[in-house]
Design a protein around this ligand. Structure first.
Ligand code: ADP
Ligand code: MG
Length: 729
């Protein structure tokens, strides 16, 4: 018997195992969980017109015509086999001495499977699709005598294949496993299976790989999706339970102190949402178990104030709070705005410092030695009630006197492990953790990615916020394009400011690949516009006479900070920048944003970017400049951004266009392999039910003593994650 952990060499032989390794399949279990992408129906031919250039395809088609030719300058023959789905045609090209083999094996009328990479030859309307030297497998007709046994079924599984290994070779190997593999105990408890009418594991594997009909394949998929959801939700339930058992120092609100003094000073009324979430957090902080809360709120919803008020409560009770930002620019800005908001309340030990005052320290990766030493000392001595920083805060040697709360801004850049690393920093009990994110996440995704957190949301924007108008500007249209720069001049004339965002910095030899989202298959595009090219062109051309400067990630942090300060102080009219301004940069006087090559950005990213304007009294304007043609996919995405300000709707569009691995984020990529069938956006029902079942199960049996098979799956999942984490550090 073959166990699922067994390497494929043993299970299916060295030759096949070597081929399967090209698909990252190493063990018998890997192969069993390499599921068909779809099923070809016997007699139902593949729609050949749907084949896209460059795609690696497996098609079911009928041979229409076979034509051999002798080519003069080459040895041997050229064989062209034309196959059809009844309408469209596909040319299979074979050359060389061996071309007589397909000639013999593929007489007209043969139905067969053909696999290879789609290329086009010829041009315009006459362009023909072809597969050069495809792999093929003739299928027997109605009479099955002599037919390959594996194609006796009605449905033919089509696997994600790769060069060198065909769908039917994979099918052959899977067949061996289905006959020989020992699946072990079912990890899904019987009562769960019964309650949700799920089929057994062996039936599910057989049903997904070799279904007799689509209904059977459907039952198999449902069952296997459940496995994925359930194991993950059990892991999260255990995490939540473990967290709930940890001790934390309670940090109850004080009747008077910093927080009360701060609220007195606030120049605006808190929104109802800010108040409600604030109460939730205040109550969490007073508990003897650590808070783990996710605060969602669209760009500009006012999360910072909520986070700051939580920090002040902790300082009031004698503890410290750390605020983590994803970039230095943001850390600096948070530091600056917190100091400004607190005023005398942040001036402990200084002349003019208020009664309950504390200090706010800034710690970043690249600050000067002296500033850094001071900040480290303030953190370690407890003199700084609030420490603001970037990932640098995670480094081992940063010590806190009494870390009571960690606030993480813009969570999508932080992973689970980093959250854990920070929690370890607290002495005597875990700190409370508040994660703030401006990328609204659909509920099921939140349940999975942030499944170990409680969630709250700020759903309204503060009153008096001006609307942002967004327009797509085709760069081919000079009139529109000029109008964009005119608008900036008009705003500047009124004393307001503008951003011009470019996808690239421009000091690099070649565009950094991560700056250019791969999509639409347009490889040979020009490099995206760059900050360092665009800025001088604007200041010499359409924006001549305005005060322009640049901001990008490769500037020295001090320089970045200086530019941001000048922009915030109104000493610059236009900031030409990369996405360093994407998150959190807050200059209420900025009213226009022009995004160059807007199609090179993701949907959520554009939404984040546009949140930088219209933050003050004046209406915001966002212009998305693009050369993407109308009705292209890229253009559709931009139109979507222009059509709504609902970050939630946009994040859905964004997520739908990405692979799940990306949804889960880098740190969870280890889970990618555990989510094959389950899609976070579409399988809401299963995820919800699995979460409920998993929670109950973990409550009744926290150690999973009664569920050894499930415990083993979880251990494998955790191992995988740990391995990933170690690799990265
Ligand atoms: P985000 O949720 O994007 O982090 P911020 O916390 O940066 O939003 O808030 C955006 C702006 O709104 C800031 O200038 C902040 O001072 C202001 N603000 C926050 N809460 C309110 C409120 N209740 N009323 C008016 N302005 C507010
Ligand atoms: Mg913010």
């Amino acid at each position: 018997m073959t166990t699922l952990e067994q390497p494929l060499v043993k299970a299916v032989g060295a030759k096949a195992a070597k081929k399967l390794a090209a698909l990252d399949l190493e063990t018998a279990g890997d192969l069993l969980r390499h599921y068909p992408r779809r099923y070809a129906q016997r007699g139902e031919l593949t729609d050949l017109d749907s084949l896209a250039e460059g795609e690696y395809v497996t098609v079911l088609a009928e041979v229409q015509k076979v034509q051999g030719r002798k080519i003069s300058k080459r040895p041997g023959n050229l064989l062209e086999v034309t196959v059809t789905d009844g309408r469209g045609l596909l040319t299979l090209t074979f050359f060389g001495k061996g071309a007589y083999v397909p000639e013999r094996e593929l007489p007209p009328g043969t139905h067969g499977l053909f696999a290879g990479k789609v290329t086009f030859f010829g041009s315009g309307r006459n362009a023909k699709r072809q597969l050069v030297h495809p792999e093929y497998k003739p299928l027997a007709g109605g009479d099955l005598a002599g037919a390959a046994r594996e194609f006796a079924e009605e449905l033919i599984p089509v696997y994600p294949a790769a060069k060198g290994v065909t769908s039917w070779q994979i099918a052959d190997c899977v067949r061996i496993l289905l006959d020989t593999a020992e699946l072990g105990d079912d990890a899904l408890p019987e009562h769960v299976r019964r309650r949700h009418r799920l089929i057994g594991l062996a039936d599910a594997y057989r049903g997904i790989h070799r279904p007799r009909d689509m209904a059977e394949a459907g039952r198999a998929r449902k069952r296997l999706k459940w496995d994925e959801a359930f194991v993950l939700q059990t892991a999260l339930a255990q995490r939540r339970r473990a967290a709930a058992e940890l001790a934390a120092t309670p940090r109850p609100p004080a009747a008077e102190g910093l927080l009360a003094a701060f609220d007195e000073r606030l120049p605006f009324e808190l929104t109802e949402g800010q108040r409600a979430v604030g109460d939730e957090i205040a109550a969490d902080l007073a508990r003897t178990h650590p808070m783990h809360r996710l605060l969602q709120g669209d760009v500009g919803a006012g999360k910072t104030v909520v986070g700051l008020r939580a920090m002040l409560q902790v300082v009031d009770s004698g503890g410290q709070a750390a605020l983590l930002a994803p970039t230095e620019v943001l850390a600096q800005q948070h530091h600056r705005s917190i100091v400004a908001m607190l005023g005398p309340l942040a001036q402990a030990g200084q002349l003019g410092g208020a009664e309950h005052a504390t200090r706010v320290a800034l710690l970043t990766g690249s600050q000067g030695a002296k500033a850094r030493r001071e900040a480290l000392l303030d953190a370690a001595s407890g003199a700084a009630g609030i420490v603001v920083g970037t990932h640098a805060l995670l480094q081992e040697h940063v010590q806190f006197a009494d870390l009571g709360l960690v606030v993480i801004d813009e969570q999508h850049r932080f992973g689970v492990e980093q959250r854990d690393a920070l929690r370890e920093k607290a002495t005597g009990g875990r700190p409370h953790v508040l994660v703030m994110t401006a990328t609204p996440i659909p509920r099921t995704v939140a349940m999975t990615v942030y499944g170990d957190l409680d969630t709250s949301a700020l759903t309204q924007l503060p009153a008096g916020r001006s609307p942002i108008a967004t327009h797509v500007v085709p760069s081919a249209n000079r009139a529109y394009w000029n109008r964009a720069w005119e608008r900036i001049r008009e705003e500047a004339a009124q004393g307001r400011q503008a951003y011009v965002v470019c996808p690239r910095i421009g000091d690099e030899e070649a565009p950094a690949p991560e700056d250019v989202p791969e999509e639409d298959g347009e490889d040979a595009r020009r490099p995206p516009l760059a900050v360092l090219d665009v800025a001088p062109k604007l200041s010499e051309g359409p924006l001549h006479g305005l005060r322009i400067d640049v901001l990008h990630g490769r500037m020295h942090p001090d320089e970045k900070d200086a530019v941001m300060r000048r922009f915030a102080a109104g000493e610059l009219d236009v900031l030409v920048a990369t996405t360093v301004i994407e998150v959190g940069v807050d200059v209420p006087n900025a009213t226009v944003m022009v995004v160059m090559d807007a199609d090179r950005f993701g949907v959520s990213q554009l939404h984040q970017l546009r949140g930088r304007v219209g933050r003050g009294r004046h209406a915001g304007l966002c212009l998305l400049v693009t050369d993407a043609v109308e009705e292209s996919k890229a253009r559709e995405r931009l139109d979507a951004v222009a059509s709504t300000l609902d970050g939630f709707a946009l994040s859905r569009i964004d997520l739908e266009q990405r692979r799940e691995g990306d949804v889960l984020g880098e740190s969870q990529s280890g889970r990618r392999s555990s989510l094959r069938l389950l899609t976070l956006l579409r399988d809401e029902e299963i995820i919800k039910e699995a979460r409920a079942e998993a929670t109950t199960l973990v409550e009744d049996d926290p150690e999973l003593r009664g569920h050894p098979a499930l415990a083993a799956e979880l251990a494998a999942l955790v191992d995988e994650e740990r391995a990933e984490y170690l690799e990265k550090t």
